[in-house]
Ligand binder design. Structure first.
Ligand SMILES: Cc1cc2nc3c(=O)[nH]c(=O)nc-3n(C[C@H](O)[C@H](O)[C@H](O)COP(=O)(O)OP(=O)(O)OC[C@H]3O[C@@H](n4cnc5c(N)ncnc54)[C@H](O)[C@@H]3O)c2cc1C
Length: 461
């Protein structure tokens, strides 16, 4: 009989924590999990899921416009922001219920409280003040939006958290940031009819993605009417007579109803008692872990966004499954970060897996780049001036496809499947051998027979 109250105590009921708690409990371990806000965490409550619902909502006006080219006459349409928020909230509550049901079904104890470490085996439950002990502790507290405290007037701005619950849809918004969250929300608000400006200090939005797609998306967003100001930052935000006044470094004064900061996310480690437990953090406050997600304290693990490795839901879940193998199945398992498919749910969408042309150029001495840019079939009748881009980056020596990048409709769906082929180590010859599925956009991926250009020693030839 263990001298601890629990075999496992999980702090944080998000993607990683819930998976770790549920699976450990289903293995017969005595498990408790504490969540200070809502079960489901960032992904379900104020991240991936509500965002994707908003993306769908924001696409309808283009669907209505496109319909005319196919013979439809669409009546007058209008949009009700409050209805969307309410419908989204119903779905989120349903998912939250499913998360709890899964935990309860596995016999994990569900605690609705903030939890903080007292020492390496003891946790304080803030709601009751009670302390409990556990043999193993899993920190899965995620992250929160960086508030950019150095910006005068930052307290007048919102983050993605508040964007999901705005009382009214603003007439205008300025979004500061160039990462996927900033870009996705710029498209969402623009699609819902909000005058949208994106301001980003870098040379081009979406650093780390393939440059071709970054440029292509920038152009497509600008053509739709989203104002994108690169090489610029907000200097000050203040209240004006009619909305907010923004001073920028290079574009003078702007005005907007709402300013949203999307400038990265900080790990949720403040006041968590890590010092008391002896758990080390890095300069950004992220919990330092080894390749098995173990902290410097033998019985304490950490995973997901709080460790600042790859901040994505499937990665947090994968890390949790590796933790289960390592801790409870006597099968030490390292998370695998190779070839993670990702999407940006912009309009048009980006779907990508593997190396960008720029990264691949640094790793391989010779590359073949297969690139197609074309007007999708649907756009012919709709009249929409949109172009899809598809790119395969191939290591000339091994013929392996080391990167696949798509800009256009359903790019995320395609990237998920391309992820399987790249993970399996498929070569360009395997792509060539695959029969095209006609008429689809994806058939381009298996019909690009000749390289568009080559890269040798990082240079295009
Ligand atoms: C706007 C937005 C869009 C996103 N879109 C995508 C996407 O499309 N695809 C994708 O893969 N990822 C997306 N992400 C990222 C994804 O949400 C995270 O990577 C994922 O949720 C991380 O899971 P986690 O378990 O590490 O942490 P979280 O899901 O953040 O869960 C941590 C939980 O811990 C709780 N907590 C914190 N401290 C304590 C404490 N002391 N005691 C008790 N509870 C505590 C928090 O309330 C939270 O519920 C998005 C994120 C945002 C913000």
């Amino acid at each position: 009989m263990s001298s601890y109250d629990y075999d496992l105590f999980v702090i944080g009921g998000g993607s990683g924590g819930v998976r770790g708690a549920r699976v450990a409990a289903s293995l017969g371990k005595k498990v408790a999990i504490a969540e200070e806000y809502r079960y489901g965490g960032t992904c379900v409550i104020r991240g991936c899921v509500p965002k994707k619902l908003f993306v769908y909502a924001s696409q309808f006006h283009e669907h209505f416009e496109d319909a005319a080219g196919f013979g439809w006459t669409v009546g007058e349409s209008s949009f009700d922001w409050k209805k969307l928020v309410a419908a989204k909230d119903v779905e989120i509550a349903r998912l939250e219920g499913l998360y709890k049901k899964g935990l309860a079904g596995a016999n994990a104890e569900i605690l609705e409280t903030r939890a903080e470490l007292v020492d390496a085996h003891t946790v304080r439950l803030l709601k009751s003040g009670q302390t409990v002990t556990a043999k193993t502790i899993l920190i899965a507290t995620g992250g929160r939006p960086n508030p950019h405290a150095a910006l005068p007037g930052h307290e007048l701005c919102i983050s993605s958290n508040e964007a999901f619950h705005l009382e009214e849809l603003p007439k205008s918004i300025v979004i500061s940031g160039g990462g996927y969250i900033a870009v996705e929300f710029a498209n969402i608000f623009h699609g819902l009819g909000v005058e949208t400006t994106l301001i980003y200090r870098g040379a081009e939005i979406l650093s780390r993605f393939d440059e071709d797609l970054r440029r292509g998306l920038h152009e497509a967003m600008a053509a739709k009417g989203i104002r994108i100001l690169c090489h610029d930052t907000l200097q000050k935000v203040s209240k004006g007579e009619d909305g907010l006044i923004l001073e920028t470094l290079n574009n003078g004064t702007l005005q907007a109803d709402v300013v949203m900061l999307a400038l990265g996310r900080d790990p949720n480690t403040e006041g968590l008692g890590l010092e008391a437990a002896g758990v080390a953090v890095d300069e950004r406050g992220a919990v330092i872990v080894d390749e098995y997600s173990r902290t410097n304290v033998e019985n304490i693990y950490a995973l997901g966004d709080v460790t600042n490795r790859v901040q994505l839901t499937p990665v947090a879940i994968h890390e949790a499954m590796c933790f289960i193998e390592t801790e409870y199945k006597n099968n030490p398992t390292r998370p695998d970060y190779e070839l993670i498919p990702t999407a940006v749910f912009s309009q048009p969408e980006i779907g990508t897996v593997g190396l960008s042309e720029e990264e691949a150029g640094k790793r391989y001495s010779e590359l073949e780049v297969y690139r197609a840019q074309f007007r999708p079939l649907k756009a012919t009748l709709s009249g929409r001036a949109e172009r899809m881009i598809m790119k395969l980056i191939v290591d000339a020596a091994s013929r392996k496809v080391v990167g696949a990048h798509i800009l256009g409709h359903d790019a995320g769906e395609m990237a998920q499947l391309l992820g399987v082929t790249l993970k399996a180590g498929c070569t360009k010859d395997d792509f060539d051998r695959t029969m095209a599925l006609h008429p689809t956009a994806a058939e381009e991926l298996v019909t690009m027979y000749a390289p568009s250009y080559r890269i040798r020693d990082g240079k295009r030839i």
